[in-house]
Design a binder for this molecule. Structure first.
Ligand SMILES: [Zn+2]
Length: 354
């Protein structure tokens, strides 16, 4: 079995955005150039097909899907930030198809981990509208396909992009089979959703976990939150697949994010989600590319995650001590979510070092 499969297609570069738009083809171009020039041991390229209309309907409404398909080959502005060029609809179909086929490869035992290196990104796309550079919600479609087509019962969808994945949250808001866990810059930052109190509704109550964070949040804060909250929640949820909306715009060099993460922080988060996948899901871990607008930070982040996915064995990062703002969010989130997740009741906060 292949350790890691990479799903990408040069046609994703044909989704063109206006001059100076942060989500430019150069982002994915830089990643592909880097991985071709210096391949990561254990990672191989997979071939795949575009998503079908039926598959898009796992998350999106038929009127929306048909409206997008009718724009194939045309230039169109879908929302203030989201544009279609002549190649965009095909790129979006490939981005969703890559994510679905990556899940198939994991569930059919062809690979242990996979990375969908695609654009346009997806996590802002709601069931009935495009938003925030996103057309189809690739990661949400992957999670829904895992459930509907590939026999998974519980999918953990982690989102470490600096923006809240409003579309993913909405897709699974009332569902207990997909647990959405997001760290992001707090509202009113774009897209103005993702408050702590947003926990899902109906059968899905408790299956949405939002950790809104202030500007300047750094590696130790993120790692501490994932260790103290995601790891115990995952132990209770016992996912059989882990999907990550992997954005790299919480990096300190990102022009949009305002956070202070480094490549070492992304490596630690990758090690944590890999540990969860290894423990509960036979290793099945899929990363789907979302944002990240500083090219060097983006390429480094993708590479460090990929190396962590490809490694024979990965040690969990040492316990991290959050700063005061992150600690306050951690305590508030633990108090709120302890109602849904028994493991949070047993876990005490690690004392600060020294
Ligand atoms: Zn983002």
């Amino acid at each position: 079995m292949q350790r890691t499969l990479l799903f990408s297609d040069a046609r994703c570069l044909a989704h063109e955005t206006p001059y100076d738009h942060p989500e430019s083809p150069r982002r994915l171009g830089a990643i592909l150039d880097s991985l071709h020039a210096a391949p990561v041991d254990g990672a191989a390229w997979a071939s795949f097909r575009p998503a079908t209309r039926e598959e898009l309907l796992l998350v999106h409404r038929p009127e929306y899907v048909d409206a997008i398909l009718a724009l194939r080959g045309r230039t169109f502005r879908l929302d203030p930030d989201t544009w279609l060029s002549s190649g965009s609809v095909d790129a979006a179909l490939l981005a969703a198809g890559a994510s679905i086929e990556a899940v198939r490869a994991l569930c059919e035992g062809k690979a242990t981990t996979a990375f969908a290196l695609v654009r346009p990104p997806g996590h802002h796309a709601e069931p009935d509208r495009a938003m925030g550079f996103c057309v189809f919600n690739n990661a949400a479609i992957a999670a829904a396909a895992a459930r509907a087509q590939f026999g998974c019962e519980r999918i953990l969808l982690v989102d470490w992009d600096v923006h809240h994945g409003n579309g993913s949250q909405r897709a699974f808001w009332t569902r207990p089979d997909v647990l959405y866990f997001s760290t992001h810059r707090a509202p009113p930052f774009y897209p103005r959703t993702g408050r702590l109190e947003e926990v899902g509704e109906g059968l899905g109550r408790g299956y949405t976990v939002n950790l809104p964070l202030p500007a300047g949040t750094g590696d130790d804060d993120f790692v501490a939150l994932y260790q103290a909250l995601l790891v115990p929640i995952a132990a209770d949820f016992r996912p059989d697949l882990v999907v990550v909306s992997a954005g790299f715009d919480a990096h300190r060099d990102d022009p949009l994010g305002g956070m202070r993460m480094t490549a070492a922080g992304f490596e630690a988060l990758a090690a944590i989600v890999r540990g969860i996948a290894d423990r509960h899901a036979d290793g099945r871990l899929l990363l789907v590319l979302e944002g990240g607008y500083d090219l060097d930070a983006l390429v480094d982040g993708v590479r460090t995650c990929l190396e962590t996915m490809c490694a024979e064995q990965v040690e969990p990062p040492p316990p991290a001590a959050p700063g005061d703002p992150a600690r306050r969010i951690l305590e508030a989130a633990r108090a709120l979510h302890a109602a849904y997740w028994p493991s949070l009741r047993a876990v005490e906060t690690a004392p600060p070092p020294g």
